[in-house]
Design a protein around this ligand. Structure first.
Ligand SMILES: Cc1cc2nc3c(=O)[nH]c(=O)nc-3n(C[C@H](O)[C@H](O)[C@H](O)COP(=O)(O)O)c2cc1C
Length: 198
């Protein structure tokens, strides 16, 4: 698949089949993630792939318990698209353990070495995450980029023995899609592109 087509169609896939994804494919996703650019090529990223049902069950319980109140009281005035998105996110959180694989993207705040900043840390992990979801689309795998790790950071850290200096930055759900891929809905280029001056 052409890389532009993969970018155009890698919608958040919040409904995933339970069929396992081969470890080799999950490793290939991390390979793709780690081909990304990073500040000064510092590469202060690391990834934890979760496929073990016990591990997913423990973390999933904590994530869905922490997020349930938010999903139970959605703000008024949402349009159909937003309502569908929240319903999808609630489904994904509630079915955390049934998602075949979660890839936790971690980073160290270590760039630049003399005065590390959070901005450089996040700018290390996010391009890697985007590489990962585009690569997954090209392999016929559905993904959802999430920040679910924020809901249960302590449980995730202790369950996975993650050192305290490592930051938990993103969590991507991976599996075969239960629904069709479709075009991402984004602003037209003309609304955001400026040539030579604002
Ligand atoms: C940094 C980041 C955090 C996100 N967090 C979540 C999340 O916690 N839960 C979720 O269901 N989707 C999450 N998403 C997915 C976005 O909601 C989704 O990409 C966006 O609504 C556009 O939809 P589309 O990708 O299907 O076109 C996140 C995306 C990004 C980039």
């Amino acid at each position: 698949m052409d890389v532009i087509e993969a970018m155009e169609t890698c919608i958040a896939m919040r409904y995933l089949k339970e069929d396992p994804v081969p470890d080799a494919d999950l490793e290939r996703l991390v390979y793709a993630a780690t081909r990304a650019s990073s500040p000064g090529n510092s590469q202060h990223w690391e990834f934890v792939v979760l496929t073990d049902p016990t591990v997913k069950g423990k973390i999933g319980e904590a994530v869905s318990a922490a997020m349930a109140p938010m999903f139970a009281s959605l703000p008024e005035g949402r349009d159909g698209v937003e309502t569908r998105m929240y319903r999808g996110a609630a489904h994904l959180a509630a079915n955390f353990a049934k998602v075949p694989a979660w890839i936790l993207g971690c980073a160290r705040m270590a760039y630049p070495p003399d005065a590390p900043t959070e901005a450089f840390m996040h700018s290390t992990i996010y391009p890697a995450g985007q590489n990962l979801i585009v690569a997954a689309r090209s392999m016929g795998l559905g993904t959802t980029f999430t920040t679910f790790q924020m809901a249960a950071e302590d449980v995730i850290r202790s369950t996975l023995s993650i050192p305290s200096e490592v930051h938990l930055c993103l969590m991507v759900a991976v599996g075969y899609p239960e629904r069709d891929f479709g075009p991402v809905r984004r602003k037209p280029v003309a609304d955001v592109l400026h040539w030579n001056a604002w």
